[in-house]
Each structure stands twice: as C-alpha cells, then as structure tokens.
Design a protein around this ligand. Structure first.
Ligand code: EPZ
Length: 453
C-alpha cells in the first residue's frame, strides 16, 4: 500500500487548477442510463472513484471511453459513453462495496429499464450510511422495492400487460440529518422519465444537485428549482444526447485553501468555484486568511488567491447541509485550527462519527477534546511529524495538511483513501513547494533493510 512521506515546514506558494468535481461527476455519470443516445462529460477528474463508476457502468451495458487530460493544468479528461445493452440491471456487491455512490445508478436504471438490482452499500469509516430516503422516494414514484440477499431489488409494476412507467408524486426527502444529496439525485433523475409531475420537498441544495439538474435539462428533462429545498420535475417520455462540462470540485478547492492557511502560504487557484464555497471562505476569513477573487468572471469558475500569515484566529464551526459549512471540509479545517491562536469549537452535524482523524492528529501533538459530536481544538504552537494512518478520504487530506506544517517527518499510511478524491495530490503539492514523496511499503521496507530509513 502506498504512503506519503512529508517533511513539513515549507511555505506553499504558486498556482494550480481545480479539477472537475468528484461528487458532481458520480451522479452525472449515471445519467447515461437514462438514454440510449451519445453521452459526453468534460472536466472529468482522474480518480479511483471515477474509475470504479466507469467499471460499474460498463457492467451495466454501457460503452465507456475515457481520454485523460494528461495536463496538470487542465480541469480533467473527457468521458464518452452510451448505453448499448439495456437488458442488464444488476449492480454487483463486488463493485458497490468499494464505492457507496454506486447507489446513484438505482434511480436512472429503474426509470428507463423498469428494473434494477443494486447491492445495499455498507457503512464506512465516517458512519452508518443508510439509504432509506432513497427507497422512500422511489417507492413514492410507484416502484416496488424489496431487499434480497443484501441487494435492493426494484421494479416498476407492469400495467395492462405492458412495461410500467414511474408515476410523478410529491415526496418529502428529509431525514434526521436534513436532506440527502445522492437520495435527491436518485429521485430527481428517476422522475425525469416518470408520467406526470414530481415535487421533491426537502431536496438537497448542494451545487452538485444543480449541476445534475442542468445536465438533465440539457438532455430534454424539465427540472425546476434545483438548488432550493423544493424541486419540481415534469416527466418526459425520453431523454436525448448531452455534452456536459462538470463544475469544479469545491472540496478539492477548499482543501488547497487550507493548505495555504496552514503553511502561511500564497496559493492562486484557477477554475475555483468560490460561489459554492462561501461558508468555508467565511470561516477562513474569520481566522485571518485573505482571499481575493475576480468577481467579474463566472463565480463557479473564477481565480482565487489565498494568503495567510503566521497568526490564525480560533473560530466556531458547525457542519450543515449546503449552503452551510460542508462536512467534507471539517477534517481539513480541523488540521488548520490545531495551530490557531486559541480554542476553537467544531461540531459535526451530518456524520456524527466523522472524527477518526482526531486520534491521528493527537499523535502529532494536537490538543483535541471530543465530547460527542463536538471537538474542542486547543491551538498549539507546533505540530510534530509522526507516522499516522489514513482512515477515509477527507481524514487523509487532513493528515497531509497537518504534515505540511509539522516539524519533521510525517508518514501518512494508506493513501489509497486519498486517491479516491484527489488527483495526483503529491505532485500538485510538490509543485507548490512541499517536500512530499509517495512511497510504497515495499520501498520503505527496502529502505529499512538497507539502513536508509
Ligand atoms: C454525499 O454523500 C457526498 N458523496 C459525501 O461526500 C458528503 O459528505 C454527503 O453527500 C453530505 O454532503 C457524494 O456525493 C458521492 P447524504 P451522500 O445522503 O449523498 C443521512 C466525500 O468525502 N441519510 O447527503 O451519501 C446520512 O446518514 C463524501 O466526498 C439518511 O439518513 O450523503 C447522513 O447523516 C463523503 N438516509 C446525511 O443523511 C438516507 O437514505 C447526509 O447523507 C440517506 C442519507
């Protein structure tokens, strides 16, 4: 398994281009199941999760061709797909277990093919990941859903001896933690081919939902209100071809903003979606980080320069559904707050177990006190490099950020977690001045054997 070796203390400075959004790309990709027409996505990042989704869609009867951008300053490659065999409708456990977002194939596949069998995604490091709201929504549209041997088995009841069609309905998609992003994506996508009108109440408002609605409308769907808690979808008989450019990755951008903050750096981000990062930028601003961006250009694809000094103010932050502070940046901001000048309070309201990075930061000298879904971060003058273990995608990014600022060598193990959501992170950080190498355990053992380590 690969690891990162980071020798901290370097100030990061320079420029980088933000890639297309992983969390937009994954539900967008399943849109190919809604049509038999050509389907093109641009600014597709080269990530493990995207590769998994390509494999899943190929198994579901789609031709899939990916042209990588091979240019670190490009936002991503081009994905050309088409559903060629629509008789397949089983998303196997072996694929789904590696990536929870596979669940977003359920709605599109059911709506067009009339049946879908998708393995129930398991839990993960950040907590139990239920799909009850997904099933509530699709059932409201008339699907007959059962569970069989760990699989969700969904079908549209036949009508008058003919293949049935989903029926528009009004459905409340709110759960104990607010709305569901992929649940909204599933129901919104399925409803585009339903008979009649669907109203989703308590829909997720994330930018990725807006991007999906824009793509569906470009295919001929009639989706209104995406980005607000009430989304209305007027069903149509079929959807056409599309050539869609994915929005930039707000979580990748927010992570590199934290890299500037934690290293007293000066980083300029191109293709930066500041419009989707207002909550994160508000918190960084209150910490004393300076952000300048070109307000005249597209606020979803602008240039933003982030600079930070040695003193960072402590803050309070609570994660919430969009437009609140994103749970996917909680771990990264915690790393920065470990070096703030005072006590900060971080409360996690979306995934209450999303604190596996706390113990690892403690190994680096951070002073953190967890009480349930809240962590008190008592700022320290310095972090010390140490071997640490990545547990999930964003916790990995947190530990890399801490390593960039820590004195001495930090070894972040199991960086395969990181490769799910950050393209060539070590290369891009090195280009900004970080002292960071990717090594494999074998190399490291060889180093120990030859006395090099
Ligand atoms: C998406 O996951 C993102 N993943 C997550 O990013 C992100 O953390 C999450 O939204 C919240 O913003 C992708 O887009 C691929 P949810 P999703 O359904 O849609 C509960 C990352 O790091 N819930 O919005 O699966 C759930 O337990 C990943 O890039 C139900 O109760 O998350 C959670 O507490 C991690 N029932 C809350 O809702 C359901 O049926 C939000 O989950 C579904 C969810």
């Amino acid at each position: 398994m690969d690891r990162f070796e980071i020798r901290g203390g370097n100030r990061l400075a320079g420029r980088l281009t933000i890639k297309g959004s992983k969390n937009a790309a994954l539900p967008l990709m399943t849109g190919v199941l809604l049509t038999d027409q050509p389907f093109v996505l641009r600014d597709v990042p080269e990530l493990a999760d995207i590769a998994n989704m390509r494999r899943l869609l190929a198994e579901l009867g789609c031709s899939v061709e990916y042209t990588a951008d091979n240019d670190v300053d490009s936002p991503g490659g081009v994905l050309t797909m088409r559903a060629v065999d629509e008789t397949v409708s089983h998303a196997r456990y072996e694929v789904v277990r590696t990536m929870r977002a596979s669940i977003s194939a359920l709605g599109p596949m059911l709506a067009r093919r009339g049946a879908a069998r998708v393995s129930l995604p398991g839990g993960c490091a950040i907590g139990e990941r239920p799909v009850d709201l997904h099933l509530r929504g699709l059932t409201a549209l008339g699907a007959d859903i059962t569970l069989d041997s760990g699989d969700i088995v969904a079908r549209i009841p036949r009508a008058g001896g003919r293949a049935g069609r989903l029926k528009g309905a009004r459905v409340f998609m709110g759960g104990p933690f607010g709305s569901t992003v992929l649940g909204t994506a599933n129901v919104m996508s399925a409803a585009t081919l339903a008979e009649g009108t669907t109203i989703i109440e308590c829909a997720a408002c994330e930018p990725e939902i807006v991007d999906l609605a824009n793509m569906l409308n470009a295919m001929g769907a009639k989706v209104e209100g995406a980005g607000s808690p009430r989304v209305t979808i007027h069903g149509v008989k079929e959807l056409g071809p599309v050539d869609h450019r994915i929005i930039p990755d707000r979580i990748e951008a927010g992570t590199y903003m934290c890299a500037a903050a934690i290293t007293c750096g000066d980083i300029t981000l191109d293709n930066c979606p500041v419009d989707a990062l207002m909550a994160h930028m508000d918190r960084l601003h209150h910490m004393g980080v300076t952000m300048q961006f070109d307000a005249s250009s597209d606020p979803m694809r602008t240039t933003c320069r982030i600079t930070a000094g040695r003193v960072l103010n402590p803050i309070e932050v609570t994660t919430q559904p969009h437009p609140g502070f994103p749970t996917d940046l909680q771990a990264q901001l915690m790393a920065v707050l470990c070096l703030a000048d005072g006590n900060s309070v971080i409360t996690e309201r979306i995934f209450t177990e999303r604190f596996l990075h706390v113990a690892e930061l403690g190994r680096m000298g951070a002073q953190l006190y967890r009480q349930g879904s809240t962590v008190i971060v008592s700022g320290v003058r310095r972090l010390t490099g140490a071997p640490v273990m990545a547990s999930d995608l964003r916790a990995s990014a947190c530990l890399v950020l801490a390593g960039l600022a820590a004195h001495g060598l930090t070894t972040v193990n199991r960086v395969y977690h990181l490769d799910r959501g950050y393209e060539r992170m070590e290369d891009r950080l090195r280009a900004l001045g970080a002292d960071i190498q990717r090594t494999s355990e074998k190399e490291a053992q060889t180093g120990i054997a030859s006395g090099m380590a």
